[in-house]
Design a protein around this ligand. Structure first.
Ligand SMILES: [Zn+2]
Length: 251
């Protein structure tokens, strides 16, 4: 199985040791460094079956400057980097930086395109406005390879993602009892565009809710996705591993 989205640099020492004890259960793990203070640590963690993404999270988009752009371009050329991000729009935590978020998104989309890497996108808002804006942005900019990280089922984003042949990455919330609509989306999306992730240490799947999340717990989300599609876990594991390989080109 593959964890296409984790933040290993957010783990405490003991948590990282526990995570590493399970790394052999995973085909690959993508760890994302989300602001300039985290890029070097993220790249240092990218060894063995761990690969890296570097980018500027929308809640850190205000940090974008010519120096930060240069540093991001530099780190993005590291041999273990397989994606740019996570970028995107977040009006939940930082609605006031919307213009900076859009500039950071454009910059990261350009960098991903120049390097032939996928662009990993985050989106969050209370009222769906960030999702609508991101859907509109996707349809006007048409980036080539996009991952909708922790896809939460917003209809406009689903439609835009389908038009762009984006990857839809499912995290722990797929397993939450109330998220029936999200499971329906997971049932109808193209099989060759499905990914699974943890967003560790966040978004723990059932039955680990309320605790910190680790990459190997992606198994619970994978099992739920298999159940939703009426498949054996091993079959869904091989499909999502292949999709991740096609998207991120690990080797
Ligand atoms: Zn993340």
């Amino acid at each position: 199985m593959t964890d296409t989205h984790a933040h290993l640099d957010f783990l405490e020492e003991a948590e990282l040791e526990e995570a590493q004890a399970h790394f052999s259960e995973l085909k690959a793990i993508l760890t994302l460094g989300v602001d300039p203070s985290r890029w070097e640590r993220t790249l240092a963690l990218a060894q063995g079956n761990v690969y890296a993404a570097v980018g500027l999270h929308p809640t850190s988009a205000h940090l974008l400057s010519p120096e930060v752009e240069e540093a991001l371009k530099h780190h993005a050329r590291h041999p273990r980097v397989r994606a740019i991000g996570e970028s995107g729009l977040d009006y939940h935590w930082t609605p006031e930086t919307r213009p900076a978020q859009l500039r950071a998104l454009e910059f990261q989309a350009g960098l991903a395109e120049a390097l032939g890497l996928p662009l990993v996108l985050h989106v969050r808002s209370k009222d769906g406005k960030a999702e609508e804006d991101l859907a509109a942005w996707l349809l006007s900019h048409r980036p080539k390879r996009v991952v909708l990280h922790a896809f939460a089922g917003h209809p406009a984003l689903e439609a835009a993602g389908l038009r762009l042949e984006a990857y839809f990455s499912f995290a722990g919330p797929l397993t939450y009892r109330k998220n029936q609509a999200l499971r329906e989306a997971a049932r109808r999306l193209p099989l060759d565009k499905l990914l699974v992730e943890t967003d560790a240490p966040f978004l723990p799947p059932e039955p680990h809710r309320g605790k910190r999340n680790l990459p190997h717990l992606v198994r619970h989300t994978l099992a739920k996705l298999a159940e939703v599609r009426g498949m054996a876990l091993e079959e869904m594991e091989s499909i999502t591993d292949q999709n991740a390989e096609t998207c991120f080109r690990w080797t």
